[in-house]
Design a protein around this ligand. Sequence first.
Ligand code: SF4
Ligand code: SF4
Length: 71
Amino acid sequence: MALIITDECINCDVCEPECPNEAIYPGEEIYEIDPNKCTECVGHYDTPQCVEVCLWIVFPKILIMSKLKRC
Ligand code: SF4
Ligand code: SF4
């Protein structure tokens, strides 16, 4: 399952070079993750490298839970 970049992204470019699969790219407004390329870093690292460098990259389940809490 691919990770998600939230609307808080400030286009700082830090995450893009960290991805071993070149799954992160600049979208129209903020950076985006190609779900077909993101493997959660399995086979490369023990943890998702983009999550290590940015607070605004999350697992989809966590994003849904945080939105539910705001309701
Ligand atoms: S997702 Fe995070 S690290 Fe990547 S460009 Fe946006 S703010 Fe920067
Ligand atoms: S979890 Fe790994 S493969 Fe997926 S976007 Fe982040 S750095 Fe790239």
